[in-house]
Ligand binder design. Structure first.
Ligand SMILES: NC(=O)c1ccc[n+]([C@@H]2O[C@H](COP(=O)([O-])OP(=O)(O)OC[C@H]3O[C@@H](n4cnc5c(N)ncnc54)[C@H](O)[C@@H]3O)[C@@H](O)[C@H]2O)c1
Ligand SMILES: N[C@H](C(=O)O)[C@H](O)COP(=O)(O)O
Length: 330
């Protein structure tokens, strides 16, 4: 069966529209539907000197993959004219609306997955909407209390206990409850989504040198160690807390299925150093499949034609794989 996948291009002044136009230049084994304003894609294609055929999406018709050079679209009206590279808060609500529709239509089964292009969190907030990221937004829209951000590249998966919060709040956010829920979701999804029977997860400490026996912080002793001990007694295979500065080496990673980092910039710089442009962001724990690019809006490159589409394409391939697996397991 042909899967239907929603694609949200993200911030219209960024490289999202360029990437959608680029990826539509070849055929896909799924019906890709850009949830966007048609005129934004048409204008950007013209600026890039690319041809693109935009096919109106009809949810009543049987899903059909578009041929090379074409993509389906589900019209969402923009808030203002878009200039490549120039953020405009008048399009903040437009961006949110594309995400809301994609979420709603994944929840009602119209789509089998959503693949998101990069949004600009700052301009959405400037438009008067409190927004910290797709991960948190889709969790809220689907009424899911706990989700987990996981980024994956060849040879490395990194999941996060906390996501888009100020560093000053991180320690308080790492409670035994949150840690335990994150690990349960990660363990479950490594089994069901990635087919790993007994996942082995390396868990980072929070403090330098994992707290140095309590001399450089006590979160390891008070929260992380007891939680890991409890979960290991239940049959999980969790190793840690390990010093985050030394665990990212082959000696440890070769025998692990994922690393669990305590916060965004503890784990993601390593992942992106290894595979920027060739990584995928997957939200675990959601009731629908959601994948995304590993990069941001790259305003400096919008409309230039000089963009790498590798991460977006990987995100689509991964979404197709995960949605196929989900359908088979249903
Ligand atoms: N999935 C998402 O929605 C997502 C992910 C990361 C960052 N962001 C947002 O993007 C905005 C800008 O963030 P940033 O400047 O830290 O990161 P960025 O990824 O936009 O840019 C970092 C550097 O990488 C380059 N780059 C990024 N993507 C590229 C591509 N596909 N091809 C070639 N070069 C590319 C840029 O030109 C820039 O030099 C922020 O608002 C951030 O929140 C969104
Ligand atoms: N933390 C992500 C990254 O660094 O790639 C990025 O900000 C996107 O997050 P969402 O998927 O939650 O928007």
């Amino acid at each position: 069966m042909t899967l239907r996948i929603a694609i949200t291009p993200g911030e219209p002044a960024g490289i999202g529209p360029d990437l959608v136009i680029k990826l539509a230049q070849h055929a896909w084994p799924a019906q890709l539907v850009a949830v966007a304003d048609k005129s934004i894609l048409e204008k950007r294609a013209k600026e890039l000197g690319e041809q693109i055929k935009l096919l109106p999406f009809d949810s009543d018709a049987a899903p059909e993959a578009a041929p090379a050079g074409a993509i389906y679209y589900l019209q969402v009206d923009k808030g203002a004219e878009v200039v490549a590279g120039q953020l405009d808060e008048a399009n903040g609500h437009y961006v949110l609306e594309t995400l809301r529709i994609a979420s709603e239509k994944n929840m009602d089964g119209t789509f089998a997955a959503v693949v998101t292009g990069p949004v600009h969190k700052g301009i959405i907030n400037q438009a008067g909407i409190s927004f910290s990221g797709h991960t948190e937004y889709f969790a809220q829209q689907s009424d899911t209390a706990d989700v987990v951000m996981l980024l994956a590249t060849e040879g490395l998966r990194v999941a996060l206990v906390t996501t888009h919060i100020p560093l000053a709040y991180v320690s308080k956010a790492i409670t035994p409850e949150r840690l335990s829920k994150v690990i349960h979701i990660l363990h479950h999804d490594l089994q069901t989504k990635f087919g790993i029977e007994q996942p082995r997860v390396l868990v980072c400490g929070l403090n330098p040198h994992a707290g140095e026996s309590g001399h450089l912080g006590r979160e390891e002793i008070e929260t992380i160690e007891p939680t890991l001990e409890m979960l290991n007694k239940q049959g999980m295979n969790l190793v840690g807390p390990l010093p985050a500065d030394t665990l990212f080496q082959a000696k440890y990673l070769d025998n692990a299925d994922a690393v669990l980092a305590m916060y965004h910039d503890q784990g993601l710089p390593v992942l992106k150093y290894k595979g920027f442009g060739n990584s995928v962001n997957i939200t675990l724990g959601l009731p629908f499949v959601r994948t995304s690019v590993d990069h941001g809006t790259a305003l400096d490159l919008a409309g230039s034609g000089d963009v790498e589409v590798g991460s977006f394409e990987l995100a689509i391939r991964e979404a197709i794989k995960l949605a196929t697996k989900k359908a088979q397991n249903a």
